[in-house]
Ligand binder design. Structure first.
Ligand SMILES: NC(=O)c1ccc[n+]([C@@H]2O[C@H](COP(=O)([O-])OP(=O)(O)OC[C@H]3O[C@@H](n4cnc5c(N)ncnc54)[C@H](OP(=O)(O)O)[C@@H]3O)[C@@H](O)[C@H]2O)c1
Length: 297
């Protein structure tokens, strides 16, 4: 494995992935914008809209990668309920475009999916648990997994959940939002009934690197170590950064009136990735300490 193409390279995962993979492979990073936003990633960059089949074919033909890692997605879960066509174009058609171009160029495809393919009745979930998405985002992610499988190319599907971390001009993730709110002394309402295992973007990137090194085909769950609810996660953030716990008010999901239904007991079992890939995530406490260094140096 020598050459990699990364899509969605300016997203949170994409930035960490590009920086990490570029240390070991020749990487062409791509996204919608005119330039690469990850300052630490020293690599080539070219704009690529994955919804454009012709563009995908050309870029993949010219770069001729051994593997394509798809970190591009429309990730606004509530937005997907409102903008179904956009969600489908990016999250399903885009993936089909990449898979078809991969087949032509005999490249493997690593595609990133979500625990939202499950209904959250009895998580955390293992790779072979039956999916049953609740909302449109989850339905599209499941359809994208099926599209990858149907193309007949060698593939790795990596499911993850509650991705967090710090990046250059990245969208607000749950951690960043909680961090900035608490830092500014704002009270925040946090749900006590949504369970996941939050995943540091760098650790997901590490898991993807491990899967590439081993050409590990199939489905893998790559997520954080600790299974906890959002309220507990936020308390840990407050404690790590020395913010007041009094600012955090416990509520339940029904009070939020969100457009998309959320899996309540979501999250992912990671034993397969630990066993077969040697994936070894750090405890949340250590991760928050590291983020404290990054943010407050
Ligand atoms: N975030 C989570 O909690 C979470 C949980 C489970 C799974 N995942 C999955 O993990 C992966 C990475 O997520 P992330 O949080 O890093 O997402 P992100 O920060 O939203 O990054 C996605 C990137 O894809 C780009 N993109 C959107 N449409 C595109 C298109 N048509 N062509 C090319 N690029 C396009 C986005 O650009 P714009 O910003 O300009 O739109 C953005 O730079 C996604 O597959 C996501 O579904 C995320």
């Amino acid at each position: 494995m020598k050459r990699i193409l990364v899509t969605g390279a300016n997203g949170l995962l994409g930035q960490k992935l590009t920086a990490l993979l570029a240390r070991e492979f020749e990487v062409l990073a791509t996204d919608l914008q005119a330039e690469l936003l990850a300052p630490e990633a020293k690599t080539r960059y070219q704009p690529l809209d994955i919804t454009k089949a012709g563009q995908c074919r050309e870029v993949i033909r010219d770069w001729n990668p051994d593997a394509i890692v798809n970190a591009a997605a429309y990730t606004d879960v509530d937005g997907c309920e409102e903008h179904k066509e956009l969600c489908w174009q990016v999250n399903v058609r885009g993936v089909e475009n990449l898979a078809n171009a991969a087949r032509k160029n005999m490249a493997m495809l690593v595609h990133v999916s979500s625990d939202y393919v499950f209904d959250g009745k009895n998580g955390p979930y293992a790779e072979d648990d039956p999916p049953r998405p609740l909302g449109y985002y989850g339905k599209a992610k499941l359809a994208s997994e099926n599209a990858v499988r149907l193309t007949g190319i060698p593939y790795t599907i990596i499911r993850t959940n509650v991705l967090f971390g710090v990046g250059n001009r990245v969208k607000n993730n749950f951690f960043l939002w909680a961090y900035h709110s608490l830092k500014d002394g704002k009270s925040i309402n946090i749900v006590t009934d949504q369970y996941n295992n939050p995943t540091l973007a760098e650790e997901l990137a590490e898991g993807i690197l491990l899967s590439l090194r081993k050409s590990a085909y199939g489905v893998f769950h790559i997520s954080g170590l600790e299974y906890l609810n959002r309220y507990e996660f936020t308390l840990k953030i407050a404690d790590a950064f020395g913010f007041s716990r009094d600012l955090i008010r416990p509520i339940t999901t029904d009070m939020l009136k969100q457009k998309a239904p959320r899996p309540m007991r979501g999250g992912l079992k990671i034993e397969k990735a630990q066993r077969e890939l040697g994936f070894s995530p750090r405890p949340l406490g250590e991760i928050l300490e590291m983020l404290k260094q990054q943010l407050e140096g």
